[in-house]
Each structure stands twice: as C-alpha cells, then as structure tokens.
Design a protein around this ligand. Structure first.
Ligand code: MTE
Ligand code: MO
Length: 446
C-alpha cells in the first residue's frame, strides 16, 4: 500500500537547515527530496482561513491507527532539573555563522533562523549575535553604570540600584545596520537566515533612560546628545540624539522575561528602539551627556554609507521600513502543488507597519496580505497570505508600508539613490524564486 501521507498535496519542506547538515549535503538533488519527504512524513496537512484543508480521511493513515509508546507508557516525571531545552527533533534550528563571511578572530556574527520562527518574538537562545570584540559573562555584582557630563550630579549605579526602581517592559525589534548587506553585491546568499538574520525581536525590561537622566539633573538647556559606552574591549561608543534618549530609550536588564543572555549584553544593555543595532550598546557602563556629536571610531570608520558621488553619509541610524517572506524562502522546497501560507515579518524604525502587499509574479501585480496582531511601534509585525501554487515558476515578494507612509523600495530604486558600494541599510524588496521543481532560491529582479 502506498503511504497516503507521502502523497498529500500542498506540503512544504520547511526546514532549510537540513541543507546545512552533513547528511543532507552529501545527498544528490533527487535523494535530497526523498530524504526531505521522509523527514517530514509525519507533518500534518494544512488548514487556514479560506484555504482547503488537505487532511485525508482518517482511515488510511497508520500514524493515527497505531498507538505509539507515548500513549501507552509512562512519560518522564518532570523536566525540572536545570534549564529547559527544545525537543531533540528541533536540533537543526540554530543560530549559524554565514558560510559566506570570514570570521576575523573574535569579531563575529551569528544569524537568527528566521525561517523557523512563528509570530514576532525571537527565542532568547536563537537571538542573532554581533560582537566586535567577543562576548563576556560579566558578574552583575561587579558591574557599574555611570551617568556623567552635562548633569548636576554624576552618579554611579549598581545593578541593585537599577533593579529596585520601577521597571517597564516593551517589545522592539533590533536590526544590525549591516543586515542584508551581502545583497548590495552580486552574491546571492542562499537562505533568509543569511539575507535577513541579523534581526531579532524581544520583550525588554528595564528603566527608561529619561528617569535616570532626570535623577542626575540633566542640563536640558545645554544637552543635545548622549554618548553610550560598553564595558567590553571593543570600546563600543555611540552618539544618540537627546530627543531619542528622552523618548523611548531604555536601560534594560531583562529580555523575554528573564535576565539578558551574556551574548546580548548581560547584565545591562541600551535599547534604542528603531535605531540600528550598533547603538544598542551591550555591557553598558557609561552614558555621557554632551552638546555635540562625539565622532567616535564606530561613527567614522564603521556604519557609514558610501554614496554614488563619493561622499559619506554618517550618523544614519533609523532602520527604514522593510519586510521579508520567511516561508517559502530560499533553500526550502515545495513538495507539491496546492495551498501554501506565504508568511513573513515586517518592521519599521519610524513606527508601525500599516500595510503589506504580496506579489507572486516578481512585482507585476500586488495583493494585500493579512497583518496579524499585535501591530506595535518599532516591533516586528507578522503577515500571512493565502496562495495556491500551480506548479510553474513564481517570484515571491513582499512590500511594506509604515505608518509614516514610507514604502519599501525595489533594489533598483534603492541603488539609484545609494549607488552600489554600500554595506549598510539595505531595506530593498527581497525576491524568492519558486522554480517548477519546487526549489526556492534567492534571485535579483531587475
Ligand atoms: N559593547 C558592545 N555593544 C554592542 C556591540 C559590541 O560589539 N559591543 N555590537 C553592536 C552591534 S554592531 C549590534 S548589531 C548589536 C548586536 O546585538 P546582539 O549581539 O545582542 O544581537 O549590539 C551592538 N552593541
Ligand atoms: Mo551591527
């Protein structure tokens, strides 16, 4: 008898991580598809609003007829020892270093597996990492945070001092200014993990910086900027506008309901909503209040945009409106024709996401996607779009509009303004080609 599950229509091989395992890499293309079918043979059919359910009548499916050991035996008593870990079946969902980037000693980056996330929150253990000088696990009892400069009373806070204050919790995205940087060139990195994975979104807990500045008696007549400084060896220092600093900037110790992870700045980091990741200084040790931009190394050598006329654009900080389809996306395989939920995420450093449009023909026609709630300021927004794949070539794109009316540009439109020698701030529309054989790949649409 043929296995009815293996022939179910409308199924997606949705773990491109498999392509990165030794097993999968050593298989030929045809073997790989068989391998993937087998690996996902127990996945269930698709149901969604307005979509046809693909589930089969129950009588043909051995997986529902036969009682497995876990239905008849005694399970493990509790998982109380130590810190909880994911199922062993999820072990391929990992942060990864890009195969296309060379690691220079401790100056490193790992990408978040966006293709495997649901909703908008990034699990702490899968948050991307960007360390200019490696990361540390700093003893919170020894850590100090100082505010000085144009204030009446410079102060040094311990973690206890900060954590006994009232706190707030807010959800924001963090995106490295270099995210999607490889796409400026002619290299097409294979998966959404590497094109867009220097992006995460968490709930942060901490103290609004404004409270602390007020507490130190900030001189609002003279103050125009602040400088944030980290305690690691990178000497990470960034100038931040006072307007931001007094608005939604947070001195945070919590992430997703627990203390920050060491790789994300434990025990204290600056949260600068909407602004590029480099300003979210980790291991935060000092904030100086000043009256002009500080022009530090990270503002002159790094994170500047080389423009077509040879000039540099510096102090660009806002992460402009952007979106990406995370499924189907590069490296995945559509195993059959039929229904698929196109899903992805959108964000803007200027505010909320107002609209997402989807094209399945490389940008000729556009239709509105569903925005899922919550839709928050400077936070990821999840979108969904019902699609029936007819089995021929299709180019999937998403285009975001934010609450200030900014629309995500095509790569061609972005290049017209920014040239081709940039590394940072690429918010262009991403294109995924679904080939007739079901394989999805990263393509550039002119
Ligand atoms: N102290 C310190 N802060 C830092 C960095 C660093 O290397 N040291 N890297 C910056 C950069 S470039 C980015 S994109 C974000 C990355 O944050 P994450 O590692 O928590 O993802 O932290 C920023 N803050
Ligand atoms: Mo960054």
């Amino acid at each position: 008898m043929t296995n009815p599950i293996a022939s179910r229509p409308g199924r997606l091989q949705k773990a491109p991580e498999f392509f990165l395992t030794k097993d999968a890499m050593s298989l030929s293309r045809d073997d790989r598809r068989t391998f993937l079918r087998r690996a996902f043979a127990t996945a269930s059919g698709v149901t969604a609003m307005g979509a046809t359910a693909n589930a089969f009548a129950s009588d043909g499916d051995p997986a529902i007829l036969k009682l497995p050991a876990h239905s008849t035996g005694l399970g493990a008593p509790v998982a109380a020892k130590g810190y909880g870990t994911p199922s062993k079946f999820e072990e391929n969902l990992q942060r990864r270093e890009s195969p296309g980037l060379t690691r220079v000693s401790a100056a490193s980056v790992s990408f978040a597996p966006l293709q495997g996330f649901f909703g908008i929150i990034t699990p702490s253990g899968l948050h991307f990492e960007r360390h200019h000088q490696g990361f540390w696990d700093i003893d919170p009892r020894e850590h100090r945070f100082m505010i000085n400069g144009l204030v009446k009373t410079p102060k040094v806070f311990t973690m206890d001092d900060l954590m006994r204050l009232p706190s707030i919790s807010r959800m924001y995205f963090i995106e490295c200014g270099a995210n999607t940087g490889m796409e400026w060139g002619n290299v097409a990195v294979p998966t959404v993990q590497y094109t867009h994975g220097m992006l995460s979104c968490c709930e942060y807990t901490g103290v609004p910086l404004k409270w602390l500045l007020d507490d130190c008696g900030i001189d609002l007549k003279k103050a125009k900027y602040i400088l944030a400084e980290g305690a690691d060896g990178s000497g990470m220092t960034r100038t931040i506008n006072l307007a931001n600093a007094l608005d939604d900037v947070m001195v945070a110790y919590g992430m997703n309901g627990e203390m920050l992870r060491p790789e994300n700045g434990y025990p204290l980091r600056l949260v600068v909503p909407g602004v590029q990741g480099v300003s979210w200084v980790k291991y935060l040790r000092r904030i100086e209040v000043g009256d002009m931009p500080y022009a530090t190394k990270d503002e002159n050598i790094h994170y500047v945009d080389l423009l077509p006329d040879g000039m540099h654009r510096s102090y660009t900080s806002i992460q402009e409106v952007k979106s990406v389809i995370t499924s189907p996306s590069g490296g995945q395989v559509l195993l059959d024709k039929g229904f698929y939920a196109i899903t992805g995420i959108a964000w803007s450093g200027r505010g909320k996401i107002r609209r997402i449009e989807i094209s399945t023909d490389g940008g000729k026609n556009w239709k509105d996607a569903r925005l899922e709630t919550p839709i928050l300021d400077k936070c990821l927004t999840r979108f969904n779009f019902n699609w029936t794949w007819n089995g021929s070539d299709a180019i999937l794109q998403s285009r975001a509009t934010d609450s200030t009316g900014h629309i995500q540009p095509t790569m061609t439109a972005l290049r017209a303004v920014r040239g081709s020698r940039s590394t940072y701030h690429n918010n262009a529309i991403q294109s995924w080609l679904v080939s007739a054989n079901g394989e999805v790949s990263n393509v550039r649409v002119a």
